[in-house]
Ligand binder design. Structure first.
Ligand code: DX5
Ligand code: ZN
Length: 218
C-alpha cells in the first residue's frame, strides 16, 4: 500500500520545502497539465527536472497533456520513477508504454471517469500501473466519484488474472473518508492532494492514510 501525495495542493512558491514535508511518503505525485487535455495549466519538464534534484522520494508524474506519445518519454529520461499518460490522449499507447519503460521508468495508463477499462485491458503486459481517476482530471479538492469503484474492482480483477506486479492507483478526492472504499475495491496506490497538503502536519496525514490503507490490504 503506497501513498503518493499530490503537490498540486502544495505551495508552488516553496516546492522544495513542500516535498520535504512528505519525506515519509512512498512517492511524490506531480500533476502536469497543458491547458489542452484539461482546462488547467501547471508545470512542465523543466520544473519536474528541478523537483527531481531535491525530492526526497521518487516522482510519480501524472501527465494530463495532449500528445503524450511525444512528451512522456522525456519525463522518464529525466528520472521520474513512474510516468502516467492518459490513454484518451495517446495515439499508440503500446509503443508509448514501451518507450517509457525503455527509458527506465514504470509505465502507467490513466483512465478518465468516462473511459471504460475493457477496451484497453490488452495493454496490461506493457504496464506497471493503471490509474483510475476518481474525479474529472484538472483540479484538486473535488469530491470523490464513488461510481468509479466498480472500475477499480474490474482493473484489480484483470491484474490478478494477468499476474505480475501491476499497481492500481486512485487519484481524486482520496482522503480518510474515501480511502478505505478504494482499498477494498483493490487500489494499492493512493494519491492525495488536499487531504495531505491541507492538513497542518502533512507527514502525519501521510501516516494516517497509510495506516488506513494497511488495515484494508488484501
Ligand atoms: C486532479 C489531479 C489530482 C489532484 C488530486 O486532476 O490529478 O492529482 O491533485 O487532488 P485531491 O486529492 O485534492 O482531489
Ligand atoms: Zn494526479
Amino acid at each position: 500500500m503506497l501513498i503518493s501525495p499530490s503537490i498540486l495542493s502544495a505551495d508552488f512558491a516553496n516546492l522544495e520545502a513542500e516535498l520535504k514535508r512528505i519525506a515519509n511518503a512512498d512517492w511524490a505525485h506531480v500533476d502536469v497539465m497543458d491547458n489542452h487535455f484539461v482546462p488547467n495549466l501547471t508545470l512542465g519538464l523543466p520544473v519536474v527536472e528541478a523537483l527531481l534534484q531535491v525530492s526526497p522520494v521518487p516522482i510519480d508524474a501524472h501527465l494530463m497533456i495532449e500528445d503524450p506519445d511525444r512528451w512522456a518519454p522525456g519525463y522518464a529520461e529525466a528520472g521520474c520513477g513512474s510516468v502516467t499518460f492518459h490513454v484518451e490522449a495517446a495515439r499508440d499507447p503500446r509503443t508509448l508504454a514501451r518507450a517509457i519503460r525503455a527509458a527506465g521508468a514504470r509505465a502507467a495508463m490513466a483512465l478518465k471517469p468516462g473511459t471504460p477499462f475493457a477496451p484497453y485491458a490488452d495493454l496490461l503486459p506493457e504496464l506497471d500501473m493503471v490509474l483510475v481517476m476518481t474525479v474529472e482530471p484538472g483540479f484538486g479538492g473535488q469530491s470523490f466519484l464513488a461510481d468509479q469503484l466498480p472500475k477499480v474492482r474490474e482493473v484489480r480483477e484483470a491484474v490478478r488474472r494477468h499476474g505480475g506486479e501491476i499497481w492500481v492507483q486512485v487519484d481524486g478526492g482520496v482522503g480518510s473518508d474515501t480511502l478505505e472504499r478504494c482499498a477494498d475495491a483493490g487500489a494499492d496506490v493512493f494519491v492525495a492532494g488536499s487531504a495531505v497538503y491541507g492538513a497542518p502536519d502533512a507527514a502525519a496525514a501521510v501516516e494516517r492514510l497509510r495506516a488506513l490503507a494497511q488495515r484494508h490490504a488484501h
